[in-house]
Design a protein around this ligand. Structure first.
Ligand code: PEP
Length: 249
């Protein structure tokens, strides 16, 4: 099965509205034809203006988090309804920084996944182990638990719409990339786990990204692996030319 590669930028808490617009204009002007799906996951404050700048281009829009309720007394939160109103296509869910600094759990990931799908927002569910877990030989168990918890109660048809991002925490923002073999091994394991949960058809169609210090210099060796269907790119997605180079790997 041919899966369309998905290259997503994660800007984290970077860029003002003006900086985001300048990036979007530059990316649009340098981005040629590509067979890949391309998106930028930006801070909330930039979503409306980016939607306008990217309209008519192939670049889609993602958020980096959302609450699972439609509305309510949740000061400081943003709901899937609000994201949908802006025209957001994707939402990153359960990024390791959210798990680490904002106490997100497999249960909140699961609720957010269901809420995103209910509103027609494609979730990018992040999974991955910390270094101590890898060193202790626990990486596969950790990722299996995150997948099982995140996907709990979903139907196969829903699971197919979820993009899974394998992001070993020790490789995020550290400049230390998983080797293509390590990344491929885990992405193959993720596909196998999805097969166990939802069947082979779902496993073959679900897209699995690698994330963790992806840059122009290492994109090709990662993205040509059989089970790696794209990249979730942090730091290198902040510079339009670097992001384009990854898209064109
Ligand atoms: C990320 O933010 O998901 C990420 C992978 O960051 P970086 O590419 O900077 O490691």
């Amino acid at each position: 099965m041919t899966r369309k590669k998905i290259i997503a930028g994660n800007w984290k808490m970077y860029k003002t509205i003006a900086e985001g617009q300048a990036f979007a204009e530059e990316l649009k002007s340098i981005l040629g034809q590509t067979e890949h799906e391309v998106l930028v996951c930006a801070p909330y404050t930039q979503l409306s203006s980016l939607k306008k700048v990217f309209s008519g281009s192939i670049v889609k829009l993602g958020a980096q988090n959302m609450h699972f309720e439609n509305e309510g007394a949740f000061t400081g939160e943003i709901s899937p309804l609000m994201l949908k109103e802006i025209g957001v296509d994707y939402c990153v869910i359960g990024h390791s920084e959210r798990r680490q600094y904002f106490a997100e759990t497999d249960d909140t990931v699961n609720r957010k996944l269901k809420a995103a799908l209910a509103h027609g927002i494609f979730p990018i569910m992040c999974v991955g182990e910390v270094l101590a877990q890898r060193d202790a030989g626990e990486a596969f168990d950790v990722v299996r638990t995150q997948l099982t918890g995140g996907f709990a109660g979903l139907e196969a048809g829903e699971a197919t719409k979820v993009v899974i991002a394998y992001e070993p925490v020790w490789a995020i923002g550290t400049g230390r990339t998983a080797t293509p073999e390590q990344a491929e091994e885990m992405c193959a394991f993720i596909r196998e786990t999805v097969s166990g949960l939802f069947g082979e058809g779902t496993a073959e169609s679900v897209r699995i990204q690698y994330g963790g210090s992806v840059k122009p210099a290492n994109a090709a060796e990662l993205l040509t692996k059989d089970n790696i269907d794209g990249a979730l790119v942090g730091g290198a997605s902040l510079i339009a030319r670097d992001f384009k180079a990854i898209i064109d790997y």
